[in-house]
Design a protein around this ligand. Structure first.
Ligand code: CA
Length: 229
């Protein structure tokens, strides 16, 4: 069965060229000229990969990307963003929105196909090695009990490891100290809520080496959250 790619691009000429190139590679291609059509196709099809133009009429490609990556029903779909802009800021914005890769126009269909294959390989190897979690260069390996930052190992204590593991398994969610105690320490141990703060501090300290400490965020009056942004 061929993989289904959704191509969202408002310029008909580029769309036609890409559809042709992708079909030649054996992909099944669905086309959308705007985000509205893209939403409809996403709702009624099982899409394996999305190619998304940055500049679209109405809802922009970046905004669509952000929405899809927030939604549990669509966040697993890999997204390659296309853009005419080459500025580094835009690239970061695109990647922060959750794009899996990024291609600056003009590019050759061959280049796009190489990127598609790379992204698909990454996604399938992620599925088989799901003991490894990664967020913005911060990687945690459940099996080897290792945490690395851009492949550099970080010194981290066992409690901080468990805490980070829990956070990375539940990104962008706020947890109270009591919830963290329950989930990380387990309810068989009696620990004061203040203990959580101590270990949060140690965890941030450990993550400082790779400048990932900002990912452990204090949410005033609520607790803590792990987030890329
Ligand atoms: Ca466009």
């Amino acid at each position: 069965m061929s993989l289904k790619i959704l191509l969202v691009e408002d310029e008909a000429a580029i769309r036609q060229m890409l559809v042709f190139a992708l079909q030649q590679q054996g992909f099944e291609v669905l086309e959308a000229g705007n985000t509205q059509i893209a939403f409809e196709l996403l709702a009624s099809n099982d899409i394996d990969l999305l190619i998304l133009d940055w500049m679209l009429p109405g809802i922009s490609g970046v905004e669509l990307c952000r929405r899809l990556k927030k939604d549990t029903s669509s966040k697993h779909i890999p997204i390659i963003m296309l853009t005419a802009r080459a500025e580094e800021d835009d690239k970061i914005q695109g990647l922060n929105a959750g794009a899996d890769d990024y291609l600056t126009k003009p590019f050759s269909p061959r280049e796009l196909i190489a990127r598609i294959n790379a992204v698909l390989r990454r996604v399938s190897s992620k599925k088989t090695e799901d003991s490894i979690m990664e967020f913005g260069g911060l990687q945690l390996n459940e099996k080897s009990y290792r945490v690395t930052s851009n492949r550099e190992p970080l010194q981290i204590g066992p409690t901080e490891f468990k805490l980070l593991h829990f956070f990375m398994s539940n990104p962008d969610r706020v947890f109270t100290r009591a919830q963290l105690l329950d989930n990380v320490w387990g309810n068989e141990v009696y620990v004061e809520e203040r203990t959580v703060d101590v270990h949060i501090r140690r965890l941030r300290k450990a993550l400082e080496q790779g400048h990932h400490d900002h990912m452990i965020q204090t949410v005033r009056g609520a607790g803590y959250r792990f987030s890329l942004n």
